[in-house]
Design a protein around this ligand. Structure first.
Ligand code: PGA
Length: 255
């Protein structure tokens, strides 16, 4: 069985005490031990919690990543967090290009591609988030939007031959936090397209596709038939351990 990826995006929801509760539930749940063996479970936490979480998680097989990083290597960039500092604490991955960051900080695809390259150089897996808005979907430009969001990264990957695992997370903006999952036809069209354009790069076999947006124990089965999906980026439903467990246990590809 191919490994399945379940990456929680804890956004700005967590506190140290809630994280401790999550870890306690995660480590004391014996039913979950067998499932954990085939699943890659990761948490993208806020920067202030990363050091604590990484120290605990590395002992229990949980993978930890950041929700964002700086596009600069180091220097006078107040409030930013360097890829080097993420590497120093041993993180496995970092989200980049999440639609909430694109929206709130007017991030361009060029800036996101710079982050991507820095992460690759540090051997930290980038989880590059892409996705169209509802208006763009209605205008029939979904595939063009996705291509534009990937273009600079694809250019870079044409001459990359390293072994860092790369994730592309398709997260339609209208699905995030709304309970809406795109139709099977829409998902099939998007993932076939992504697969086709990524197939052209030399490291295509190291690129995994994730789906994100309203994934829960109730919706995860709607994604069973999309073969290209290797796992999920999960927001709200990853905060509570029992909810996350439900997703892993309800995922048709895990059984
Ligand atoms: P959601 O968020 O699962 O709460 O919809 C997903 C995300 O923003 O990564």
């Amino acid at each position: 069985m191919k490994q399945r990826y379940y990456i929680g995006n804890w956004k700005m929801y967590q506190s140290l005490s809630l994280i401790k509760k999550f870890l306690l539930a995660y480590t004391s749940d014996q039913d979950f031990d067998a499932v954990k063996a085939d699943a890659y479970i990761g948490i993208a936490a806020s920067h202030e919690h990363l050091y604590f979480l990484q120290n605990k998680a590395s002992k229990i097989g949980l993978h930890v990543g950041a929700q964002n990083c700086s596009s600069f290597l180091q220097g006078a960039y107040t409030g930013q967090v360097s890829v080097e500092s993420l590497q120093e604490i041993g993180l496995s991955f970092s989200l980049i290009g999440h639609s909430e960051v694109r929206r709130d900080f007017a991030e361009t695809d060029m800036i996101i591609a710079s982050k991507f390259k820095l992460l690759i150089a540090a051997n930290i897996s980038p989880i590059l988030c892409i996705g169209e808005t509802f208006i763009q979907k209605n205008d029939g430009i979904t595939l063009q939007v996705l291509y534009d969001q990937l273009e600079h990264v694809l250019e870079f990957l044409q001459s990359y031959s390293g072994s860092t695992k790369i994730f592309i997370a398709y997260e339609p903006v209208y699905s995030i936090g709304t309970g809406i999952i795109p139709s099977q036809e829409d998902l099939q069209q998007v993932f076939s397209f992504l697969h086709k354009i990524v197939e052209q790069v030399p490291v295509a076999k190291n690129v995994m596709f994730l789906y994100g947006g309203s994934v829960s124990g109730k919706t995860v089965n709607l994604l069973d038939n999309i073969n290209e999906i290797s796992g999920f980026l999960i927001g709200k439903s990853s905060i509570d351990f029992q909810e996350l467990k439900k997703i892993v246990q309800s995922d048709g590809r895990m059984v």
